[in-house]
Design a protein around this ligand. Sequence first.
Ligand code: ADP
Ligand code: ZN
Length: 438
Amino acid sequence: MKKTYWEEELEGFNRESLENLQVERLNKTLGNAMRSPYYKKLFKAKGIKPGTIKSVAQIRDLPFTTKQDLRDNFPYGFLSLPKKEIIRLHSSSGTTGNPTVIFHNRHDINSWANLMARSLFCAGVRDTDVFQNISGYGLFTGGLGFQYGIERLGCLSIPAGAGNSLRQIKLMQDYGTTVAHAIPSYLGRLYEVFEQQNLDPKKDTLLHTLVIGAEPHTEEQRLRIEEMFGVKAYNSYGLSEMNGPGVAFECTYQNGLHIWEDAFLIEIVNPDTLEPVPDGEYGELVMTTLDREAMPIIRYRTRDITRIIPGECKCGRVHRRIDRIVGRSDDMFIIKGCNVFPMQIEGVLLKIPEVNTNYLINLETINGIDEMVVNVEVNKEWFTGDLRKLDLLAKQITAKIRDEVLAKPIVKLVEPGTIPQPEGKAVRVKDKRNNGLK
Ligand code: ADP
Ligand code: ZN
């Protein structure tokens, strides 16, 4: 039987052929970029000429692009093609300034759908699966981005959209959903609704796989989700500027995320010096689109902190792996002189069985001193009977967090369902400090 493109991708590339393709596509990308008002001006000023790239290392001679550059040139400054050729745009909400918008032509949408199909295949999804996509359809990329990939792979797709847990559960039961995609923070809530209905997703659904992503989460969070739902949960990474989902995906070995290097040229740099860091070391992920025509982006600073996992994956894919994202460079906060990533705290909390998956870190000035107040939901049983036990648990959690991040937190244990949860991605930190020292 004829193999599809995503089945063949396992055998289709070796490192050399991949790098040759990258050079070829990089030259083409620069040629396309040169047609956009923004890069045209920049390339002229810097004497950059498309077609002159001979090796991928030459990427370092090119300028970086930041989110601010995209915003400053909103809406059409990065567009490389006449508007007539554009068939879709996706955009961020723009609550903190101009939104960022990404335009696609037919080729881009097609190539994105292929990348998504390849990603899902990589995580073990097959055309026999019933795939429920629990993400917002609209300007955000998780809805349509997944939808096109699910259809291209040939699954039965259920474009469920986000929210309304009772409806999600009914869809799962009515149509025998085997795979679902959702943000990890939502799955804890969905599980609570299963429980309220006296249902157990392990017994009362046919789910075998969850695709989780779009927000930082820890290995502990993944294990919780796998346990709650009785599934394998695979990490999916992407960002709107690089299409959306379908940038990097875990394979069934769950040992880092393969990043699709025929479509994205990747670098990991020190965010302060912008110099490359050696493989295995953490830094900021920088990406260049290699297969986008309408709106190529060169050396995009994602602000996401990760590392290249050295060595080959057991699955045999040639595309290198990145480690799970520890956070964005701007997620990090400084408290009592210590640098803290929220995911370090999540890692500690979710190792404690009494704690559920919902927590919120408030940074507050109390009596003139900046404190890290960690609100944690713990199982209901803890609030009946001996409250001294609760106190003891809070002390244990305090000590564990202090051991991990070196700053001593104030831990507040609260009942499940008390910490407000946003509709979309989870908010893990609120900075309410007086001096704004972040
Ligand atoms: P926004 O900037 O509004 O969140 P996106 O929807 O494009 O817009 O979100 C992309 C960002 O989400 C990434 O840059 C990264 O910070 C985060 N993200 C996406 N997938 C993952 C993942 N699997 N793990 C951790 N963070 C992720
Ligand atoms: Zn692999």
